[in-house]
Ligand binder design. Sequence first.
Ligand SMILES: Nc1ncnc2c1ncn2[C@@H]1O[C@H](COP(=O)(O)OP(=O)(O)OP(=O)(O)O)[C@@H](O)[C@H]1O
Length: 610
Amino acid sequence: MRLQEDGHAADRSRLTTRAIAAQLPAALSRAWMLSRQADRRATFALAGCAVACAALTAVALRATTDLLTALLGTGTAAHRMEQALPALVLVTATTCASYLADAGARFCANRLAPKVNREADLAVISASTGAELGAYENSAFEDGRFAATQGAEKMPDLIGGAQSLVSACAQLLAAVAVIATLDAILLPLLLLAVLPRAWGAVRAARLDHEAAHRNLADTRLRRVLAQYTTDRGTAAELRSATMGDFLLEQYRVISGRLEREKITASRHAALTQGAGDLLAALAVAAVWAGILYLTLTGRMSVATAATTVLVVRTANTSLTGSVRASARLFATSLYVADWARFLDSAGAWAMRRGNTPAPATGPRTIETRDLSFVYPGKRSPALHGVNLRIERGQVIALVGENGCGKTTLARLLTGLYLPTGGTVTWDGERLADLDPATLWRTTALVPQDYTRWPLAARENITLGQPRPGGDEAVHTAARLAGADAVLETLPEGLDTSLARSWWGGHDLSGGQWQRIAIARAFHRDAPVLVLDEPTAALDARAEHQVFSRLRNLSADRTALFITHRLANARVADLVVVLDRGTVVETGTYEALLRGGGLFAELHALQEGEN
Ligand SMILES: Nc1ncnc2c1ncn2[C@@H]1O[C@H](COP(=O)(O)OP(=O)(O)OP(=O)(O)O)[C@@H](O)[C@H]1O
């Protein structure tokens, strides 16, 4: 299987290095703000230590050249020692102080790294949870989120990189200042020696990052495949279906593809970097030739030449250090830019709805007008031309064949998706205008694929939102859902952990889990109740119990359920039959049976009447 590559990869490969570099300050300043947010004191201490270390190193370098000049100067040995002594003391003091400042900077960076990582991760998580549900149907959003998570992981490197860069740049400035005082002609030569290396390193970092982007979809797929292959939930199916070899082969195929891409990218990067380094070596040779020329032509004394050789070596080392640190920072900040880009693009997906509070007691009427919905990336609508009116106190059954749009409609009626055409209103207010938090507080939803939270039984029912009645309310909800019998079997009652893959975790059967999921909805005690195939895994007695309780509970609420067992629709006041994305029949159970339409046909098939 081959997935489409990240939609941004092509866009990015068209960007020039300059254009990318222009984006970096924004990414870096965002990272700086994040560091301050994570730990203000450590951030300022780190900046202070880095600057102090750099300044001290620069002073030490300057003092070293003074020391050399004094030692290689004229006069007796004692005189030269005397001349050199102040510089020697300064070199010793500043070197010791710079080591201390460096240790302080490293300590602050280590302290900051996990916190910055945490803040960067939280930014991605909150951008994701604040996005419209529809964003998850968009692969650009999903790939962007994956890239952003990688960027968040690199964030601590950015801090270390920035620290190295500050230190290398200060050394460089000092070396440049010293060289300028010795002979200004060496300066452009020295810069020439480093520019090709800088070009090579930056270009190599870009090639590497481009390859990572091209392979984002495959990297994600490989991770998911590994998870599916080793997950407890898939373990039984994997064995009984003897899928292990097939999945391992898939893993190998994807890994092979990724490795080939990586090797190609590394080869290109190594060649580019090698070319840069070669040009740099030639330019360094030109510098040495320059010194030789100046000495031979008598423009530079031998003593100055010796000092120059030492300073040029130092300058070259610090220049190379600056270039390497910049290239590393550049490479890291490309990933951090992915992180920043996701946060920006997630803004487009962020929920931007009105702030009118939804009625706390639930809507008196839910109405749809010419409602349609198209999933992102799809051409044909999942729903179209749906006109419905649901009154409080009614129980509604949504029925129809697979893929006809029942789940999509339930999500639109509760504002989880916003329509792409037409409207859904609660008491005349468009759901897009209602405050989503208040809207969902009045809704209890049991989705088709409910989550088996790795939490205690109590939290699996309260979902972390206990009611004033405390455990009593939990037991009442469990009784209504038929989950009281499940709770009785748990060794530590409500305290029993249902995190089945952890020590002490307790497992439940599919039907038992479903009862817990229904208990959640009853515990929420919300005025709008939506159950998507709530009894698919329940035995006949439990199913009967759930539907009769649903009927009793619905007096002052709106209850909507989706079912494939059409006999269950008998409890509903209104049965809505969907076919290929639109409503084809509505009416009571008996009226629809008499009508002889799709409902009657499906019912007859199910009851074995044909
Ligand atoms: N996330 C999605 N992205 C794209 N298309 C989707 C998505 N979810 C559903 N669809 C499509 O929308 C249509 C309606 O799907 P929906 O899940 O609402 O049907 P359903 O009636 O609930 O089906 P079932 O009875 O099988 O649960 C189907 O054609 C389906 O393929």
